[in-house]
Design a protein around this ligand. Sequence first.
Ligand code: GLN
Length: 502
Amino acid sequence: TTITTTTILDHPAGLFTLFFTEMWERFSYYGMRALLVLFLISETTKGGWGWNRAEALTLYSWYTGLVYLTPILGGYLADRVLGSRRAVVWGGFIIAAGHACMLFNTPVLFYIGLGLIVSGTGLFKPNISTIVGQLYGKDNQALRDSGYTLFYMGVNAGAFFGILLCGYIGENIAWNYGFALAGIFMMMGALQFYFIQDIFGNIGVLTKNKTLIPPDETPHIVADRLKVICVLSFFTIFFWLAYEQAGGSMTIFAASYTDRVLAGNSGMVFKVVNSLMSIVPTLILSWVLMKLVMISVKRYLFSSLLLLACFTIIWGLLIWMLQRDFSHDQSSIPASWFGVLPAFFIVILAPLFSTLWEKYWQPSGPIKFAVGLILLGLGFAVLAYGALGIPSGASTASVSMAFLVLAYLLHTMGELCISPVGLSYISKLAPSRLLGLMFGVWFINAAIANKLAGSLGSYIDYISTTYSLASFFLIFATIPITAGLIVLLLNKWMLKNMHGVH
Ligand code: GLN
């Protein structure tokens, strides 16, 4: 048997190559993003640009919005000219070049860097997502949902380590080192993909002769399925809108969170939790890594070595970071780390959800979507409840940690019902010649949501002073729950229009 047909945990071995490539790309994206606002608002004496919150949030929302807008171009280019594999390699190197520019800490290069990352992500993100689906046949649709869920674990493993390491280095050493670290891993990830790509056989290569149009892709069926893609993407806007709201505003508040300095016992507890947090995902990932390396080491020596090198550097950095902190009797939580909890939950929960979709519960896609939206709303209901006692004008930071953790848990469970499932449904519903473009369409929901979240976020101060913080959260409980109920009502209609996809 060739390696293409080898499976790990029931899935094609190629999935894990994509898992790690996407992991390094997301490492760079989330690692840099965690620092961006903090860097911009930090005083010039501390190496920042001394912007005010509103200015920083505006740039942040443009950046996080544009990153998800360019995939429509990148997807189209891959469909027509490049093929998805070449698009992934180019995209990866362009992103790495973007981070490299940010090392130099001058405004011009900084903006050029952001531009390169935005363009590179457009080439990278939709096209790596299409390759995942192509590893699976048409018959076992549940396995594909489960595969995308594992892939999504890679997304969040990247976010987790990126926020942890780039965040720490950026805040405690120098901002531009944090930015540059993001680029190093992107570079290694792109190289690793480049050297292993024949694991995918013909997948992701543009062929000269027109690919045969599958028999079930009549114009009528294609049109119906496109409608479903649009409806699902539309409702996902509400998901990310609320979701990003929680993340974005939390980081800002965290920056001014006065209890971030931990001493004595609580410092100790923090350190133990902190070590556990780094160890658990690392163990899970090492196990997958071992399996992958064991089957691929002979044929893909260089790629395996790169992967091992990446992990060695990560482990080295984690150990260095923990020791550096342990040597003080006081430690302070880097503000950037407030965003790490969702990623942590996803890494832990993704294998469970992947098994759930594969073996135990197979409702239709729209039902999963509805459940996801409702879970997100419930998360905000928890936050609203937690914020009930807070007088108007006080900051989010006074919401007890327990409520935040519970809310994030509900949010990430919701995310697992929507985000990876959405990718899987795009890959099942999109006409085969427009796969990349359709993934581009899917990511537009995130572009719109990120841009809107930025504008809405600036109202948080206004609403929480005029009314209360609880009412702010209540708005974000109502929106997704309503959207979820509507999706539930649309389930039958969508099933009909999906023509056999479920
Ligand atoms: N966490 C997901 C990712 O980074 C979110 C993407 C999206 O659709 N908004 O891939």
